[in-house]
Design a protein around this ligand. Structure first.
Ligand SMILES: [Zn+2]
Length: 328
């Protein structure tokens, strides 16, 4: 029986094997196409279509490397189902090493708040539309890669939307197995690929791994690829025993805390640390080298991300806290 065609831009898969191509997501001011890379690895047996994407935020490269590391380990002959990978979504932001596209002239240029997109909307909405259309058509599962400020970032979210989709999303998060995990309620992260897909019945999770720009380590990248492979085992796409990561710390939600002063900053906590209200997060100094007060935690929880210093200005993200951790 002929296999159902999977088409993502110029990557067209009709049989087992590896196909590469590109997806057009917009047009640059000089008229040239804005295109992103697509890799399809198709197994010999039908099964799930696992959609992986990275660099929704252009400077969050670690996921791109995790995706490539995992793809390099895949053999189509030993694969059930298909992996569709788009390792660098927000290509013009990626080129500039920044979160959002430099060509987005209006507010709301966060690609992860603009799904499912709009074919006649802003640049970011048009990008989201071009990406989400084939995602919705083909994907049965989604893993979206992000990260934050430092190399020790390691946490995950899954779409806690109830029903079969919620259960399957949790299964992926448990197979990935980061100890810090947020079962994300459908009321948060509107316009994210995660919630948009989950509301369309596609189980979804976000991985936050490794640090912005080149901050990530080879260990974080390889560990991420190992955990991603475990998702493929849990979904029955590759053979082998599923690694049981044991109990995880689930949060009720998260909180962003912004710096209210500026200067030199030295953090004193690491990602994954448990903090209480009033815990010392770091020390401010002025440019004469004099201590200028401590940054204190307004809430308790688990440190998901912390400003790496050495310079911080008011309004910058000081810390991202996972609230009410409980072992599940
Ligand atoms: Zn991100």
């Amino acid at each position: 029986m002929a296999m159902k065609e999977i088409v993502v831009g110029t990557a067209i898969s009709k049989a087992a094997g590896r196909k590469k191509g590109s997806l057009r997501i917009g047009t640059l001011p000089d008229g040239s196409p804005m295109e992103i890379p697509v890799v399809i690895v198709r197994g010999s047996k039908p099964g799930p279509v696992l959609w992986l994407h990275g660099c929704v935020h252009g400077n969050e490269y670690c996921g791109t490397f995790i995706i490539h590391e995992m793809l390099s380990r895949l053999r189509p002959a030993a694969l059930t189902g298909t992996v569709v990978a788009l390792p660098a979504l927000n290509i013009t932001a990626f080129q500039k090493g920044q979160r959002m596209s430099p060509f987005e002239g209006f507010a709301g240029g966060d690609l992860n708040r603009n799904f499912p997109g709009d074919a006649t909307g802003t640049l970011t909405q048009q990008m989201a539309y071009a990406i989400y259309k084939p995602l919705k058509r083909h994907a049965t599962h989604l893993v979206d890669f992000h990260t934050a400020m430092t190399e020790d970032v390691a946490w995950a979210l899954y779409a806690d939307v109830g029903g079969k989709t919620g259960k399957e999303s949790e299964k992926m998060a448990r197979a990935f197995g980061y100890r810090s995990t947020l079962p994300a309620p459908p009321t948060i992260l509107g316009g994210s690929a995660l919630m948009t897909a989950a509301k369309d019945g596609i189980p979804a999770m976000i991985v936050e791994c490794g640090g912005k720009g080149p901050a990530f380590t080879q260990e974080a990248m390889r560990d991420g690829a190992d955990r991603l492979e475990n998702i493929l085992r849990a979904l029955g796409m590759v053979k082998g025993a599923v690694v049981d990561h044991g109990k995880l710390n689930y949060f009720s939600n998260f909180a962003w805390v912004h710096a209210t002063k500026g200067g030199l900053f030295q953090r004193s906590v690491r990602c994954g640390d448990r903090i209480e209200p009033g815990s010392v997060l770091g020390q401010y100094y002025d440019l004469h080298g004099r201590p200028n007060g401590e940054a204190l935690a307004p809430k308790g929880g688990i440190v998901l991300a912390i400003h790496p210093g050495p310079m911080i200005g008011s309004g910058e993200t000081l810390i991202h806290i996972g609230l009410d951790p409980r072992e599940v």
